[in-house]
Ligand binder design. Structure first.
Ligand SMILES: Cc1cc2nc3c(=O)[nH]c(=O)nc-3n(C[C@H](O)[C@H](O)[C@H](O)COP(=O)(O)OP(=O)(O)OC[C@H]3O[C@@H](n4cnc5c(N)ncnc54)[C@H](O)[C@@H]3O)c2cc1C
Length: 293
């Protein structure tokens, strides 16, 4: 690994100061589970690395009792997996966090790192997309909020400028009659990345679907929403036939590649199967009132 200078800021302001001084010469590191391998294999050679682990403000998790969730980017997958409120009110997010790597990886891996690394297969991205989360970004020009649906630009590319930091992930309350689920397919049970991942989030009102969200991982350069499938469910009773139709439509949002992990056709098949399963579980959870009051 090429030598680099390590900065250890204690506050967000210190962090921003170093970022604005160093610009593209600096990379921030949270858990390091994506960045360290990239440094070791020479993919990245930043002269400066800014370690976020001393910035306590980035590790906070606020459940707003009906006003949604505010997640610091340095909150770990393990913390999300174990948090009782997240498990109860945002089960798809807890499920995705629980699938990241092994328990050793999850104690280091952060939600901010998962999003900012912008891998198409990032597990925590689909549930957060399905929950209509926003990225709160801070930089020398102040703060801005970007819907997560617009945060990803391409493979390993986000809207973050070199001198900006992901400050928070803001998740609106899904409402009391809402439920979600995340599933992925991997050839191995652990320490493998998704061949396909699907998150579904359904909100019910007056016996019909008030809002549907379906988000897919590993079938396009960025995580994507399956909007045609969402539209087909909205305003209608969520019957098994409606779920089948939505699962078929979800495939339209996928632009998969064929590689050694699976052919494009296999990935399309997985989207259909996982969309059907996640919608079925999301519906059961919505009927049981798993959303936030
Ligand atoms: C063995 C192994 C198994 C894995 N399994 C999975 C898996 O099953 N599913 C999965 O999704 N991922 C998996 N990963 C990838 C990785 O663990 C996750 O993506 C993790 O969430 C990354 O978080 P991190 O804190 O380690 O990120 P880091 O490596 O610290 O950072 C990743 C990127 O994000 C940037 N970054 C981090 N925080 C911020 C911030 N606040 N603002 C701006 N930029 C920031 C960094 O500069 C870097 O470019 C695995 C990795 C390993 C090594």
């Amino acid at each position: 690994m090429r030598r680099f200078e390590l900065a250890l800021p204690r506050s967000i302001d210190d962090c921003l100061k170093i970022l604005s001084e160093r610009g593209s010469d600096a990379k921030v590191v949270a858990g390091g589970t994506d960045l360290l391998p990239q440094l070791k294999n020479g993919l990245l050679k930043p002269p400066w690395v800014i370690d976020l682990s001393g910035v306590a403000a980035l590790r906070t998790l606020h459940n707003g009792n009906g006003h949604g969730l505010r997640i610091g980017p340095a909150v770990t997958a393990r913390a999300l997996e174990l948090d009782a409120d997240v498990r109860h009110h945002y089960p798809a997010l807890a499920e995705s966090a629980a699938l990241v790597g092994s328990v050793q990886i999850r104690t280091l891996a952060t939600v901010g790192g998962n999003l900012c690394n912008a891998s198409p297969s990032a597990d925590m991205a689909p549930p957060l997309l399905a929950l209509d989360a926003e990225a709160v970004i801070v930089g020398p020009r102040g703060q801005r909020r970007v819907p997560l649906a617009s945060f990803f630009v391409g493979v390993r590319e986000t809207v973050l400028a070199d001198d900006e930091l992901l400050l928070e992930i803001a998740v609106p309350s899904p409402g009391p009659r809402s439920g979600g689920n995340y599933l992925r397919h991997t050839p191995r049970r652990e320490l493998d990345i998704a061949v396909v991942g699907v998150a579904s989030q359904l909100t019910l009102a007056d016996g019909v679907c008030a809002q549907a969200r379906i988000a897919l991982a590993a079938v396009a350069p960025t995580p994507v929403r399956a909007t045609a499938a969402e539209d087909a469910l909205t305003g209608h009773a969520v019957t098994p036939a409606a779920i089948e139709r939505a699962a078929d439509l979800a495939v339209e949002a996928a632009r998969p590649i064929s590689d050694h992990r699976g052919s494009a056709d296999f990935r399309r098949h997985l989207v259909r199967v996982l969309a059907r399963r996640t919608l079925t579980t999301a519906l059961a959870r919505a009927r049981n009132g798993r959303g936030e009051d």
